[in-house]
Design a protein around this ligand. Sequence first.
Ligand code: ADP
Ligand code: MG
Length: 138
Amino acid sequence: MSNLTFGIIKPDAVRAGNHGKIIAKVLANGFKIRGMKLIHQSLKDAEGFYAVHAERPFFGELTEFMSSGPCVVLALEKENAVPAWRELMGATNPAEAAEGTLRKEFATSIGENAVHGSDSDENAAIEIAYFFSKLELV
Ligand code: ADP
Ligand code: MG
């Protein structure tokens, strides 16, 4: 199990001004921030990032949303980082997210759900490399 994962504070959460509160919770939950920047993806960037979901019915909606405004990308370190970050995020659908999770507090719908997290160590490495250069990882 790797100690790194990749996260995004999605455009809905940044638009609502919740990125500071989310970063505070990231730190309070024992994650070390190894990379962090504010970016605004083009539609092509978002399509590349979510290529695994290309066949899903919500792909167009998802990539338009992810390119609709700035988001914060994060490289996060913690023991068992992938499951630890997914636990703090909560369920994809905020209606099913547990109390105390980021999606319970900040997400508004299954599509606009405030945060992204990698689903495996392999994808975490791919996703970190998609957004960060070597110099941007400390
Ligand atoms: P997660 O982000 O929890 O790993 P998925 O990988 O299944 O969830 O989906 C990726 C993203 O696609 C979700 O975070 C959400 O923004 C969007 N999404 C998932 N399911 C739906 C849906 N049924 N309708 C609209 N958007 C969805
Ligand atoms: Mg996923």
